[in-house]
Design a protein around this ligand. Structure first.
Ligand code: SF4
Ligand code: SF4
Ligand code: SF4
Length: 324
């Protein structure tokens, strides 16, 4: 009959052998690259130099998403959210410096910055969600949310490098709120409400490839010269007007950060000063999924855990009398 000691010896040896075979069969894990942007990706170009801080986009976002006003002043007179919440998907934040004399001046100036989901090319919220409640549309690239599938684990909240998805603690079942690029309006032939209402075209909707070309065009122009800016939707109804070119920082934010995003931004104030810290070009999802593949792909982790558990079990088992 097999004694406990022999059984444990066998298990330990078997686990180690299986791990060795598994590693040699599966070979070294391949690091996965950033997921590419879909060809027809839709998005926004936010140009902070054109933004006048009117917050029409914040109000329109609330309206089309059926979100209530949120107050941050004791008077509670009007909608004054300070950041994105489960019921505020878009906010315009203000940068202030010294005397705040000149718009878009990093010293003694002020500037605006839009905060909403950037619809990452390789979104960590999608990668982290264990039940696929967060998904990326393969055609439009829009990162959508399915409240029915959500189990309220909040992994997406922790995973997002921009702090965008927010948990709704007032909901009985738990719910996440974030911008879904107005995807519910697309079947009606409409587009992002924030871009539709923006009076200056500071928020512009369109195909990301076209928006990138437009961003590059603006960066190539001499500050102070006059040029034509579109409003609403690139390639849509002509709502163009003439304005002067801002003193842009020569950087399209979102072109490379975390593998690229579908909401891209231009600013005259360095991005780190307006709440956009420098981020690596490699997406967090590509790193974490490579690690998971390494640990679980060849069953290395489960077998290693089995080996450790077996070792401790063996140490704690009193030897059988007949083997003394
Ligand atoms: S509607 Fe346009 S100009 Fe007004 S705050 Fe929003 S982005 Fe800025
Ligand atoms: S910004 Fe955050 S919530 Fe939006 S797609 Fe990227 S990871 Fe997801
Ligand atoms: S695209 Fe729609 S949901 Fe997203 S910020 Fe604009 S209005 Fe809000």
């Amino acid at each position: 009959m097999t004694s406990r000691r022999n059984f444990l010896k066998g298990t330990l040896a078997g686990g180690a052998a299986a791990a060795a075979v598994s590693v040699s069969v599966s070979g070294p894990a391949c690091a996965r690259d950033n997921n590419p942007q879909p060809e027809g990706a839709l998005g926004l170009l936010y140009d902070a130099t054109l933004c006048v801080g009117c917050k029409a986009c914040v109000a329109a976002c609330k309206e089309v998403n059926g979100n209530p006003a949120e107050f941050s002043t004791p008077e509670q007179l009007w909608d004054t959210p300070l950041d994105t919440t489960a019921k505020t998907f878009n906010v315009i934040k203000m940068f202030r410096s010294g005397t705040m004399e000149t718009k878009d001046d990093p010293d003694n100036g002020y500037a605006f910055m839009k905060t909403s989901c950037l619809h990452c090319n390789d979104p960590s919220c999608v990668s982290a969600c264990p039940v696929s409640a967060m998904t990326k549309d393969p055609v439009t690239g829009i990162v959508g949310y399915d409240a029915d599938a959500c189990i309220g684990c909040r992994y997406c909240v922790a995973a997002c490098p921009f702090g965008i998805p927010k948990y709704d603690y007032s909901s009985a079942t738990g719910k996440i709120g974030k911008c879904e690029l107005c995807r519910h309006r697309l079947p009606e032939g409409k587009y992002a409400a924030c871009a539709e209402v923006c009076p200056t075209g500071a928020t512009l909707y369109g195909k990301v490839s076209d928006l990138k070309a437009e961003a590059e065009r603006r960066l190539s122009l001499k500050p102070g010269t006059k040029t034509v800016f579109q409003r609403g939707q690139l390639g849509g109804k002509d709502q163009s007007y003439e304005n002067v070119v801002g003193h842009y920082v020569q950087h399209v934010y979102g072109e490379k950060e975390v593998g690229g995003t579908q909401v891209i931004k231009l600013s005259a104030v360095p991005f780190e000063k307006v709440g956009h810290k420098p981020l690596p070009e490699r997406s967090a999802s590509s790193k974490s999924e490579t690690l998971q593949h390494t640990l679980y792909g060849g069953l290395v982790m489960p077998l290693a855990v089995l080996g450790v558990m077996t070792y401790f079990a063996k140490r704690n088992v009193k030897p059988d009398d007949d083997e003394l």
